[in-house]
Design a protein around this ligand. Structure first.
Ligand code: CU
Length: 180
C-alpha cells in the first residue's frame, strides 16, 4: 500500500514537473515570438494613424489663422490687422515708418480698398533706402531714401497683392493690399 502510494506520488511529481517544465519552455518561446511580433505590428499601425491625425489639424489651423495672407505677416512686427480704407479713391501708405527694429515698416502694413483705388506710397526718409516690390513682380518702385518720394499704383482687379521692401524683407518690411 505504502509503496504503491509512494510510487504513484513520485510518478505524479515527475510527470507534473516535466509537464510544467515543458509548458513553461513552450510558453516562453511562443510568448516571446507571438507577443513580440503582435505588439510590433499594432504599434506600427497606431503610429501611422496618429501621424495622419496630427497632420490634418495642423494644416487646418495654418489655413484658418490667416487665410488671406498664408503667413506673409508672421515676421512683421507692426502688422495689426487690415486697415479698412474702402470708400476712398486714394490711400497713402508710409514707407520707412517705425517698426521691425527701426524705420523698417510700411504703415499701415495691410489695407483694404475698393477696386479702382490708387495707393500712394510716401517715403518718410527714415531707415535708409527702401523700395516697394510686388510679390511676384507685377510692379516695382525705385530704391530710394529721400523723404517725400512717392510711388503709386492703381488696383483695378479684386484680390490680395503682397509687397515688400527688398533690402528689409527679412526684417519684416512687408505689406499687402486687399482689393475688394
Ligand atoms: Cu526698407
Amino acid at each position: 500500500m505504502s509503496r504503491d502510494t509512494r510510487l504513484d506520488r513520485r510518478t505524479f511529481v515527475q510527470t507534473a514537473a516535466a509537464a510544467t517544465a515543458l509548458s513553461s519552455f513552450a510558453g516562453c518561446l511562443s510568448g516571446d515570438d507571438g507577443g513580440g511580433s503582435d505588439d510590433g505590428g499594432d504599434g506600427g499601425d497606431g503610429g501611422d494613424g496618429g501621424g495622419d491625425e496630427t497632420a490634418d489639424p495642423a494644416e487646418n489651423d495654418g489655413g484658418g489663422g490667416s487665410p488671406e495672407f498664408d503667413g506673409w505677416f508672421d515676421n512683421v512686427g507692426n502688422y495689426d490687422g487690415v486697415a479698412d480704407h474702402t470708400g476712398e479713391s486714394e490711400v497713402t501708405v508710409s514707407v520707412g515708418a517705425q517698426g521691425n527694429g527701426g524705420a523698417f515698416a510700411f504703415a499701415p502694413a495691410a489695407i483694404r480698398v475698393d477696386a479702382g483705388t490708387t495707393v500712394v506710397w510716401e517715403w518718410t526718409g527714415d531707415g535708409g533706402m527702401h523700395n516697394v516690390v510686388a510679390n511676384g513682380g507685377s510692379f516695382e518702385s525705385d530704391l530710394v531714401g529721400d523723404s517725400g518720394h512717392t510711388f503709386e499704383q492703381t488696383f483695378d482687379s479684386s484680390g490680395t497683392v503682397k509687397y515688400l521692401c527688398s533690402p528689409h524683407e527679412q526684417m519684416g518690411m512687408k505689406g499687402a493690399v486687399v482689393v475688394e
